[in-house]
Design a protein around this ligand. Sequence first.
Ligand SMILES: Cc1cc2nc3c(=O)[nH]c(=O)nc-3n(C[C@H](O)[C@H](O)[C@H](O)COP(=O)(O)O)c2cc1C
Length: 153
Amino acid sequence: MPRILIVANLPSDNCIALRDAVVRGASDPALDDITVNACAPLEAEADDVLEADGIIVGTTENFGYMSGLIKDFFERIYYPCLEKTEALPCALYVKGGLDGQGAKSAMERIITGLRWKPIRDTLVLHGEFRDEFVSNCEELGMQMAAGLEAGIY
Ligand SMILES: Cc1cc2nc3c(=O)[nH]c(=O)nc-3n(C[C@H](O)[C@H](O)[C@H](O)COP(=O)(O)O)c2cc1C
């Protein structure tokens, strides 16, 4: 049974809505063979990553970079996972205020180092919060789940 790990920092109701949408998409009832593990960044351990068949990481952009919590997550799991999670299917999303590109490129550099396999372009959501952000996140979760279930990733 494919297992999806979702790790996102949640400093605001908007961020919670986005993470919940990712979980909803990944848990779509049409896909009954998927296990979803949504973990707070401080609780996510290397073992959670090692057990995952796909990973979705979401961050806010803070000071032109990923959030401190997500950076801490990557710092803790990087070496324990390096060379054990090569080609792990992954999807990234960024919630920015006005931008998001700094956090996007910082996370992409790390997953390049880990040799994870992005299943799609990083989703960057910025500007005034819109309902469309929620549906974009739901689609992202569903894409990962459907691809794993179908054996595409
Ligand atoms: C300390 C701090 C630094 C931030 N730096 C940036 C930044 O560099 N670029 C950006 O686009 N947004 C920045 N933001 C905005 C956050 O990304 C935004 O608050 C977060 O995505 C939550 O969005 P929300 O206000 O819609 O809930 C910053 C917010 C905080 C609290």
